[in-house]
Design a binder for this molecule. Structure first.
Ligand code: PLP
Length: 327
């Protein structure tokens, strides 16, 4: 449709990609990317042998059949074993990855530039560059899952831009159509060339309504002024959270970039989330002891400051960690 084509043009002009496939969710986008990686590997001469998909420790790529095997959450995985074959989780260690790829059986490595559900773990630029070099060296594709960290969240339209690398495939969803179901797979010309009509498909993907909304969202989120606002206020937020950690003594670590921050807490993160909600601040967890802060990208510095104040109060509201007293 015309809106879908306009959106695809926008994403291609703004990225490494030469083609885009639209679907309906994040997990669906990753499932499609896995299929494309396998088809590419076969076309590139790997035959049946080069078929494995590797994901990284702490990864979350969705809960459908193939993506569940790439998601490193025992609670999600265990009830559904045996999981889909040829998809496995490896350590985030580059030497381990090199060993896993040495046999020439890996079609692709999938990674989130900032792991969201896994505790807001930023894969720094150096790591991403080495991962890019390693996948090239071993004839495997690099799939970046920017479903949570893409589209402005880190202060650049795509998170990968900050590392100065280009992936072969990239997946988007969550914010894409402002809350309507939409996902996308961006791919290089080489990957696109390996796919033939009918290899992949979906009824609803890229319909004119969601594509029109998504184009509007993409144009707004690619605005350099908005991205600068996210970078500047995001850096301020990181410092403010470090201040909360120093003052309260109830925080183990603060990690993040842009408008995506993780705060490791001594007490159960869920308890802090509940107290924060009572005070009017919406947080989520990313693991048992990590709070995840994902403010709307339009949040002003003043509102961030208010949120940090509420967070500090919620942390201070915990029972004393020193024991004694009223408790
Ligand atoms: C990084 C990442 N990948 C994939 C997904 C799955 O997306 P969806 O819930 O749209 O299937 C999520 C959702 O939380 C995510 O954060």
């Amino acid at each position: 449709t015309e809106p879908g084509e306009a959106l695809a043009r926008f994403l291609v002009e703004r990225s490494f990609a030469s083609a885009v496939f639209f679907c309906n969710s994040g997990a669906e986008a990753n499932e499609g990317a896995f299929k494309m990686a396998r088809k590419w590997a076969r076309a590139a001469g790997g035959g049946e042998g080069r078929h494995e998909i590797l994901s990284l420790r702490g990864a979350f790529h969705g809960r459908l059949f193939g993506t569940l095997a790439a998601t490193d959450r025992p609670a999600y995985r265990l009830p559904f074993r045996p999981l889909a074959g040829g998809v496995s989780v490896v350590e985030r260690d580059l030497d381990d990855l090199a060993t896993a790829m040495a046999a020439g059986t890996v079609a692709a490595v999938i990674a989130e530039p900032v792991q969201g559900e896994g505790g807001v773990r930023v894969l720094d630029a150096g790591y991403l560059r080495e991962l890019r070099a390693l996948t090239r060296e071993h004839g495997a594709l690099l799939i970046l899952d920017e479903i949570q960290c893409g589209m402005g969240r880190t202060g650049s339209f795509f998170a990968y831009e900050q590392a100065g690398i280009e992936p072969d495939l990239l997946t988007l969803a969550k914010p894409m159509a402002g809350g309507l179901p939409m996902g996308a797979i961006l791919m290089s010309a080489e990957v696109a060339a390996a796919m033939a009509p009918g290899d992949h498909g979906t009824t609803f993907g890229g319909g004119p309504f969601v594509a029109s909304v998504a184009l509007h969202v993409a144009e707004r989120l690619a605005d350099p002024a908005l991205l600068a606002h996210v970078r500047e206020n995001g850096a301020w937020l990181g410092e403010a959270l470090a201040g909360v950690a120093r003052r309260t003594g109830r925080v183990r670590a603060v990690r993040g970039v842009g408008y995506m921050w993780g705060v490791d807490t001594h007490e159960k993160a869920g308890d802090v989330v509940a107290r924060a909600l009572d005070a009017g601040l919406l947080l989520v967890t990313a693991g048992d002891h990590t709070l995840r802060l994902l403010p709307p990208l339009v949040t002003t510095r003043a509102d961030l400051a208010r949120g940090v104040g509420l967070l500090e109060a919620a942390l201070e509201g915990a029972p004393s960690i020193r024991g004694g007293g009223e408790g």
